[in-house]
Design a protein around this ligand. Structure first.
Ligand code: ADP
Length: 622
């Protein structure tokens, strides 16, 4: 655990290239705007330093007032122009900054969405997504990364500017003086001492900065990891739908305790980080101040001895202290960019995750006669995280227009069979064929477009009824109504205040409008309507009526043949009565096809699994 919180060592320039590429991709105008902003901001102090010193000297030496006024006007005018450019670019930058953050979130979402399902469900991938999401927002995210990198150039420029400005301090010795103090301050020894002090303060400053960066990074890793656990438990408590279980089983205490443990870890990490960084910061500040005092003494004495003018005092003091702060800033920036590289690396790592599933390009033949035939040929499968075969040498054909029912005990492999059909996973052995061609060879989007699927764990969202049915913001009203009617839920929707525009569920606050909470059976019917709306040639329903009451279930099955009409349909069902209307029934048992045939032939086989299952359920209906 501790090791995961430590910063990795990453190559500075390779990271820089990658991160800049990412920023440019997310918002191409961000980089030029940031360059202009940094340039204007950086040039302002020099304006004062150079022209300000000139004005003081002009005043002291009694130069013509007109000349002084001209320099003053140039100073004020240039400052105004620079300030205007700086403010405008700053505002643009802040907009682009948000845009970069927003697009980055979109990219992470889209990456997760298009990732191979078996890669996505790995714990390491979920962790990486959480890190990419959380870490890229740390320390100002990508927007700040670019500004810091530009600052690096700006700070480098400031250092050179400061060195040039203060050069005169070491060269010019205009008057001769006497005594040990004069001798010392006129000698190179004093320069070296000052330089030594400067280097020492920079060294201490950079060491302190590096240590603080490491402490903050470790703290942030704990924040991301424990934060994920904390929010999980907090959402459980806040989740309206979970409320009943939590109340009845009195689970709030255990949930609260687990959430608070995670929160405690975050708080401890934060407190420790504050203590450590404050201690280290105090040391850096002390060293910095010692140096500033030394500079004042050095420049002041030189002025007293007439080695420099009074006007030059401020110029040199500003230049030396600027050099000190800027070299310190240079190291601090290098260290913080390095830290940010570690933060942004999780985003790069996520973006570089490659799908392993073979992506075919073959277009799916558009057939108006819906002549699509599917075949499982010797298919065996185990999940990537286990060696246990869940499907064992499964072979059978699904003909056009056929209505197939799949039955079997829990864990027999029925849902897995559907997952393979939809290519959420590929078979470990054997192949699945569409019209004689391995489904891996087809363009995935086209292939999946052939299916309308209602999964067992279907989701209804806090959108309107119509948006839920159409699975999108735009829809054909007539088709929505027809699908709702076919799924047997239209009457209920008409009872709602805004009809098909009524918003469902309570998990999202939307102004004054309250989401309508509907029953499990009603949700299942809406999910069914969504599958019907899609109007694809192959319909797959995994336990489509499990939440329906017997009357609603019978009603649906009576109309099922009309609903799916000439489409090919696969039903997974525990209700044996629902299998009767199917052309063929396949019985799964521990990953194998144990029996298949029509209802009549299977029920007649008294030693068979189907017969046993039928008998077991039939006794409740007599
Ligand atoms: P059914 O739909 O017939 O109830 P499933 O196809 O869902 O059964 O599951 C078949 C077996 O595969 C079960 O033993 C289940 O525990 C296992 N299984 C399902 N999903 C996964 C997964 N993502 N990773 C590992 N094993 C899984």
């Amino acid at each position: 655990m501790k090791k995961d919180n430590e910063m990795k060592k990453l190559p500075f320039f390779a990271c820089f290239k990658k991160n800049m590429g990412n920023i440019h991709k997310l918002s191409p105008s961000y980089i030029p705007i940031a360059v202009i902003y940094t340039l204007t901001e950086r040039s302002m102090p020099f304006l004062y330093m150079i022209l300000g010193a000139q004005i003081v000297d002009m005043l002291l030496t009694g130069v013509d007032q007109k000349e002084i006024l001209t320099v003053a006007v140039i100073l004020v005018g240039s400052r105004m122009v620079l300030e205007l450019i700086r403010t405008a670019t700053q505002q643009l930058l802040s907009m682009r900054w948000q845009l970069v953050a927003h697009r980055k979130n979109k990219e992470i979402g889209s990456k997760a969405m298009h990732m191979d399902y078996d890669i996505l469900e790995r714990n390491s991938t979920l962790e990486l997504i959480a890190q990419a999401d959380g870490n890229t927002d740390k320390e100002g995210g990508m927007g700040e990364y670019l500004l810091r990198t530009l600052d690096l150039i700006g700070v480098g420029g400031s250092c050179i500017g400061a060195i040039v400005t203060m050069a005169g301090l070491f060269i010019a010795v205009p008057v001769q003086g006497e005594g040990a103090v004069y001798g010392f301050f006129a000698s190179p020894l004093s320069y070296l001492l000052l330089l030594g002090l400067l280097l020492a303060s920079i060294y201490v400053g950079s060491k302190c900065e590096a240590k603080q960066g490491k402490i903050r990074y470790s703290r942030d890793q704990i924040e991301v990891r424990s934060g994920r656990i904390y929010w999980f438990f907090l959402n459980l408590i806040n989740n309206y739908a979970m409320g009943k279980d939590i109340r009845i089983f009195k689970m709030s205490e255990v949930i609260r305790k687990k959430g608070m443990e995670a929160r405690g870890d975050i708080e401890n990490a934060q407190k420790q980080a504050i203590r450590a960084t404050t201690r280290i910061g105090a040391l850096a500040l002390l060293m910095q101040n010692v140096f500033v005092v030394a500079v004042y003494v050095y420049v002041g004495i030189k002025a007293i001895y007439g080695m420099i003018t009074i006007g030059e005092v401020t110029k040199y003091v500003s230049a030396i202290t600027l050099l000190q702060t800027q070299i310190g800033a240079l190291f601090a920036l290098l260290i913080s960019i390095n830290t940010q590289n570690s933060y942004l690396e999780s985003y790069n790592e996520l973006m570089e995750v490659k799908n392993q599933k073979y992506e075919g390009t073959l277009p799916v033949e558009k057939r108006y006669d819906n002549e699509y035939e599917l075949e499982f040929r010797n298919v065996s499968f185990h999940y990537p995280n286990s060696d246990r075969l869940v499907l064992k040498n499964v072979s059978f054909q699904l003909k056009m227009g056929q209505k197939l029912a799949i039955v079997g005990a829990n864990g027999a492999g029925k849902t897995t069979f559907i997952k393979l059909l939809c290519r959420l996973y590929d078979p470990t052995e054997g192949e699945i064929l569409l019209n004689g061609i391995d489904i891996r060879k087809y363009d995935y989007d086209e292939y999946i477009g052939l299916f309308s699927i209602v999964f067992q764990d279907y989701k209804i969202f806090s959108f309107s009824v119509a948006e839920n049915v159409a699975a999108g913001p735009s829809y054909d009203i007539d088709r929505v109504v027809k699908s709702l009617q076919d799924a047997g839920i239209y009457e209920r929707v008409l009872d709602m205040k805004s009809g098909i525009d009524s918003r469902l569920l309570k998990d999202q606050q939307d102004g004054d409008e309250e989401g309508i909470e509907i029953s499990g059976g009603e949700k299942q019917k809406i999910a069914l309507a969504r599958a019907l709306y899609r109007d694809a040639p192959l319909v797959i329903l995994d336990e489509p009526t499990s939440a329906l009451d017997p009357i609603a279930e019978q009603d649906i099955y009576m109309r099922f043949n009309d609903m799916v009409a000439d489409k090919t349909a696969v039903f997974i069902s525990h209700r044996m009565s629902s299998c009767r209307f199917c052309d063929e029934i396949v019985v799964f048992d521990e990953g194998r096809i144990a029996e298949n045939g029509t209802h009549d032939t299977l029920v007649a086989d008294e030693g068979g699994i189907y017969h046993r299952m039928w008998e077991a359920q039939a006794q409740y209906y007599v």
